[in-house]
Design a protein around this ligand. Sequence first.
Ligand code: GTP
Ligand code: MG
Length: 173
Amino acid sequence: EESYDEECDYLFKAVLIGDSAVGKSNLLSRFTRDEFRLDSKPTIGVDFAYRNVCVGGKTIKAQIWDTAGQERFRAITSSYYRGALGALLIYDITRRQTFQNIKKWLSELRGFSSPDTVVVLVGNKSDLGQSREVEEDEGKSLAELEGLYFLETSALQNQNVEEAFLSMIERIH
Ligand code: GTP
Ligand code: MG
């Protein structure tokens, strides 16, 4: 652990936000440990994980914070966002309500974080196309309107998970 720190050139903090059960914790475990659980429990308080990423010859240690989507389990909001340079704003393509709540999450994020925080909008569970309630174009349009990057992912099938995290990390400078 210590020697890792000496080898890393930058330490970046990023946060995951979105409604409960959209897949924040599974996206994080897929990205940092290549693990996925169908029976994962709701997050209580705050969790975090690291992954070292090489960008432009520099080693970036990405420290990614994950919190509860459920209000009653959330930790103090301001400390969660403090110092975050990147954010993945996540909804579930099979639950329209989680997409409608993106505006609420975005305003909370903008209220607590710096204006140059890199934000990527993520429509997760793309493997469940037959239960889709949010079209890919709707995600794309919202992202364009709000000036965000956009991707659909599947933590289950490991589709676009690397791309989502890396598109955020690579744009943090
Ligand atoms: P909170 O901690 O309560 O905020 O939820 P969360 O956003 O961390 O969701 P979590 O990662 O715990 O996932 C919720 C459920 O969705 C679990 O049953 C996961 O297995 C499932 N899930 C997560 N990602 C995917 C995905 O890409 N596809 C499918 N089919 N299921 C997924
Ligand atoms: Mg969670």
